[in-house]
Design a protein around this ligand. Structure first.
Ligand code: PGA
Length: 251
């Protein structure tokens, strides 16, 4: 088994183009040739082209934070998967909990967006995770199971094998409260088991599963030591070159 670790920075709604260029240039210098980990930067739409230029010729990849499920059309304010490929994206985050919470994203829309990504050769980073209330009432397993089954329903196995799932417990996002390595590993193992049941053991063996939620230089190592944790989706700590570099170079 050899799943290459993948660490992505989710910049959310932060960074003007100038700020984005500064950060991307700093990361191009600090981790641009590092190849033990696949590095992905997901700036806001307005900075995609700028960041793409800054990382050109490096090993760093570009990702977006959302896309629409249609190839084109009268969807004011939306951006299609094809447009993201056109601007240089390789990845797209889909179903982030903030989009589920504030923009009515559902497992069904995530499923349609994953299909749109595949049609255009974009690799989705599909996010799942339970809320604090769900964890406290013992529903983590059933919530994550329903999300994985709903998001991945009827998708082509070979595409799923090349995709990324991000397990992000909602209570750990931006709160400074990381899941323990045991809590994270338990859910990652569940997700891999679900993928094996839905597709095949081979697909489950290949798919990379990131942990997200208050990942920092101080906790990345113990998370990455877990057998089913293949990377991280990093929010706050990806906004500074020093902290994101330390996370990427965790070894
Ligand atoms: P955080 O965000 O690292 O700031 O907790 C993670 C995410 O929302 O992807």
């Amino acid at each position: 088994m050899s799943r290459k670790p993948i660490i992505a920075g989710n910049w959310k709604m932060f960074k003007t183009r100038r700020e984005a260029a500064d950060l991307a240039n700093a990361l191009a210098a600090s981790v641009g040739t590092y190849d033990r980990v696949e590095v992905v930067l997901c700036p806001p739409y307005t900075a995609l082209e700028t960041v793409g230029q800054a990382i050109r010729g490096t090993k760093i990849s570009l990702g977006a934070q959302n896309c629409h499920w249609a190839d084109q059309g009268a969807y004011t304010g939306e951006v299609s998967a094809g447009m993201l490929v056109d601007v240089g994206c390789k990845y797209v985050i889909i179903g982030h909990s903030e989009r589920r919470q504030y923009f009515a994203e559902t497992d069904a829309s995530v499923n349609k967006k994953a299909q749109a990504a595949y049609r255009h050769g974009l690799i989705p980073i599909i996010c799942v995770g339970e809320t604090l209330e769900e964890r406290q009432s013992g529903k983590t397993e059933s919530v994550v199971t329903a999300q994985v089954q709903g998001c991945l329903k009827d998708l082509p196995p070979d595409k799923v094998a090349a995709s990324i799932i991000a397990y992000e417990p909602v209570w750990a996002i931006g709160t400074g409260q990381t899941a323990t390595k045991e809590q994270a590993q338990e859910v990652h193992a569940l997700i891999r088991k679900l993928v094996a049941e839905m597709f095949s053991p081979e697909v489950a063996e290949k798919i990379r599963i990131q942990y997200g939620g208050s990942v920092k230089p101080q906790n990345i190592r113990e998370l990455m030591d877990q057998p089913d944790i293949d990377g991280a989706l990093v929010g706050g700590a990806s906004l500074e070159a020093d902290s994101f570099t330390a996370i990427v170079r965790f070894e």
